[in-house]
Each structure stands twice: as C-alpha cells, then as structure tokens.
Design a protein around this ligand. Structure first.
Ligand code: NDP
Length: 289
C-alpha cells in the first residue's frame, strides 16, 4: 500500500491562517511583527530563499526588511548591521542567511543577534535551552519536521527515531526535539557503519544529508514515518535524499520534496517571528503595570 503524504503545503496553509490571525491581533495592539533578513553576496539559492521569506511575510502581514550586502562585506560591517537591527523596535526577528561567504565568521555573526530576536534558533543560548529541555526559540526546520510527524497521530513515546545527519541546524536539534517527545533517538552521519541496519529499525526516519537517492526502499521499515529534509538538484529538478517513488510503497507516511519540509521551514520562521513579537508585547505590558 502506498504511504500517506505529509503535505507541507496543506499544513502550511492552515498554520499561516492562524499566524495571520495572531499577527493581526499584535498589529492592532501596535506591535506588528517585523523580520529582517541579511543576505551577504549573490548566491542564487540564497536569493530564492530570501524571496520566499519575503513572500511568506507579506502573506501573513509581517513587516519584512531584506538587507542585501556585497560579497566583500567585512565582519565588522556585518556585525554593525546586526547591532543596528538588535536596537530597532520594529524588528522582532533577525535572520542571517547562511551560508555566508567564506571569509566571514558565521558563529561570531550569529552570536551577535539578541537571543530573543534569533528566530532561526541558532544562537548558542537557544541551542543550549533546547539541549537543557528549557523553553527557547526552536530551529525552524526541525520544528516544522516535528509538526509533520505529529500530524500522523502516532504515539511517539518509546518509538525508535533515526536521524541521518548531525548538523547544528537540522540533525542535532531534530534529535533534541524527538528526545523530548520520548523517542529513542539514534543520530547517523558520514562515519556511521552499516547505515541501513540503523534505518531499518526506525519507526521515524529523518534524512538530512544533501545526497539524492541516499535512502532506498530496502532501508525503510514497513509503515515508518519518513521525513525528507534534503534539498538536491538533479538534472535541474529539485529532489530530496529519499528515493520517493520506491520508498512511498514501503513507508506509512512520507514527505515530498518539494512541497514538504521546505515549505514548513518558512512557516515556522513566520511563527517564530510572531512569537517573538508576542513575547515583546507581554514584556511591555508587564513593564507598564
Ligand atoms: P550539512 O552538510 O551541514 O550536514 C550533512 C550531514 O549529513 C552531516 O552530518 C554528514 O555527516 C551527513 N552525511 C554526509 N554524507 C553521509 C552519508 N553518506 N551517510 C550518512 N550521513 C552522511 O547539511 P545540513 O544539515 O545543513 O542540510 C542537510 C540537507 O538538508 C541539505 O540537503 C540541505 O539543503 C537541506 N536543508 C533543507 C532545509 C529545508 O528547509 N527543507 C533546511 C536546511 C537544510 P558528517 O557530520 O560526518 O560530515
């Protein structure tokens, strides 16, 4: 039997209606959420991502600013721009589009963003909070992936979750979120021996590598939830890390690429921005008491 499709576009439509409602309520109280995206250089893929973020903001009523800086921008100039946005009351979320040009220090730049304006959830404070099981800003891609996993309705307690990929922006935070849901989590990477032995045990399998066709049907447990985070281009066509056509005949649920996790990532960014503005409004209200 063919797997049920976890449709990121459909989930996003519902979620964005809810976010638009929250943004409307904030705006009426004088706190329209604002998102600033800094793009350094001319990477064509990054340009597309930034445009998608601008469109997402427009759709739900979030004020958006895109700051385009030249390829040869210095670390000082980038950090000065971040400091300016930290101090700007109209901006509740700041995002530095990654990857940065090689001469720039990504970690140092991200550390400059105020943790409460870090809507990507990449700041060490937010990553640390997630590690400690405390409330903080959750990284958008794993947050969106978890939302999709929850839509299956399965009880996550005690389930075997296997994540392929251990990056700071996807694999590791995904592991933390699934651990929080009481899954038994295994994180695989390029040095993992016998990858298929791990993946075949997975009730929930998350692929976040960036290699087309890495996950084949024989690597998937029948009925598993398969979340494909990968974005690859093969012969001009976008695809994930999972051999979708073959794996959908084995899995219970599967996300498509495109139209899966990618769409949800931007939706979660919009939600994180709205939440940042809600926190700010709550603080202002508290201060006025
Ligand atoms: P990274 O390159 O930072 O990490 C890739 C991970 O895959 C590493 O941990 C690496 O292991 C592991 N890996 C590489 N080859 C293998 C292999 N043969 N077997 C098992 N593991 C392997 O990538 P990101 O985490 O940033 O992104 C992963 C993918 O997700 C990319 O395609 C990216 O474009 C996509 N992406 C999609 C998003 C979305 O919104 N849908 C958002 C962010 C990313 P090691 O650590 O040992 O090197």
């Amino acid at each position: 039997m063919s797997a049920q499709i976890l449709d990121g576009k459909k989930f996003s439509e519902t979620l964005r209606k809810d976010i638009a409602g929250r943004v409307g309520a904030l705006t009426r109280q004088g706190m329209q959420p604002g998102l600033a995206v800094i793009l350094v250089g001319n990477d064509p893929a990054s340009e597309i991502y930034v445009r998608n973020k601008e469109n997402g903001c427009a759709e739900v009523g979030i004020h958006s600013e895109s700051i385009r800086m030249p390829e040869n921008t210095s670390q000082e100039a980038l950090e000065a721009e971040i400091e300016r946005l930290n101090a700007d009351d109209r901006i509740h979320g700041i995002l530095v589009q990654l990857p940065l040009p090689a001469h720039l220090d990504e970690s140092a730049a991200l550390a400059k963003i105020l943790p409460e304006k870090d809507v990507d959830g990449f700041h060490l404070i937010n990553a640390g909070r997630m590690m400690n099981g405390e409330k903080g800003v959750e990284a958008c891609t794993p947050k969106g992936a978890l939302y999709m996993i929850r839509q299956t309705g399965i009880d996550l307690n005690g389930k075997d979750a296997v994540i392929i990929g251990r990056s700071n922006i996807v694999g590791k935070p995904m592991a933390m979120l699934l651990l929080r849901e009481n899954c038994t989590v295994t994180v695989c990477h390029s040095r993992t021996r016998n990858l298929a032995e791990h993946t075949r045990r997975a009730d929930i399998l998350v692929a976040a590598v960036g290699r087309a066709g890495l996950v084949t049907a024989d690597m998937v447990k029948p009925g598993a939830v398969v979340i494909d985070v990968g974005i690859n281009r093969v012969n001009g066509k976008v695809c994930g890390d999972v051999d979708f056509e073959a794996v959908k005949e084995v899995a219970g649920w599967i996300t498509p690429v495109p139209g899966g996790v990618g769409k949800m990532t931007i939706t979660m960014l919009l939600e994180n921005t709205a939440e940042a503005a809600e926190r700010k409004l709550a603080l202002c209200t508290e201060a006025r008491k």
